[in-house]
Design a protein around this ligand. Structure first.
Ligand code: NI
Length: 176
């Protein structure tokens, strides 16, 4: 397994729409394992393949709390079948937008079908943090970021800040 570099705002790669996975093979499982390792290292609770520069419809999630055993989930070609009318608000962050958090309102529960890491068709009725996390990560597969769900004023401020950071980055310097 290896840790992959994360794609950071305002990199246009994050706006790409990812392509469906055609075959669940050893190659894809290795990518999923690398993504999990990258996510644990960050640390984060969810990661989409596009965030490590792979435009494939694949994401990983682990909601285990500190001190709990890891509970990795791999979702391939996930598709929202149903969203609740009831909505909930979570403070969200993103490994591609480090150190920025904002409240986002989304459907409180979703029914999602996907392939697991063995290529088997599965369905999950997700609620709470899992529902929010799945929607956040599926957004990534469509080139959508959580800052697209906040006010334009706030979004413009964040994008400006990250544009400036990217410009000021000294080559060879570790920025984190
Ligand atoms: Ni994210």
């Amino acid at each position: 397994m290896s840790i992959k570099p994360l794609i950071i705002l305002p990199d246009p790669v994050l706006r790409q729409v990812s392509k469906p996975v055609e075959r669940v093979d050893a190659d894809l499982r290795k990518l999923a394992d690398d993504m999990l390792e990258t996510m644990y290292d960050a640390p984060g609770i969810g990661l989409a393949a596009i965030q490590v520069g792979e435009p494939r419809r694949l994401l990983v999630i682990d909601l285990a709390k500190e001190g709990e055993p890891p509970a990795p989930h791999v979702f391939i070609n996930p598709e929202v079948l149903e969203s609740s009318d009831q909505r909930s608000v979570y403070e969200e962050g993103c490994l591609s937008i480090p150190d920025y958090y904002a409240e986002v309102e989304r459907p409180a529960s979703v029914r999602v079908k996907y392939l697991d890491r063995d290529g088997k068709l599965q369905e999950i009725k997700a609620e709470g943090l899992m529902a929010t996390c799945l929607q956040h990560e599926i957004d990534h597969l469509n080139g959508v970021l959580f800052i697209d769900h906040i006010s334009k004023l706030k979004r413009d401020m964040v994008v400006r800040k990250f544009r400036k950071l990217a410009k000021d980055k000294v080559p060879g310097k570790m920025v984190g």
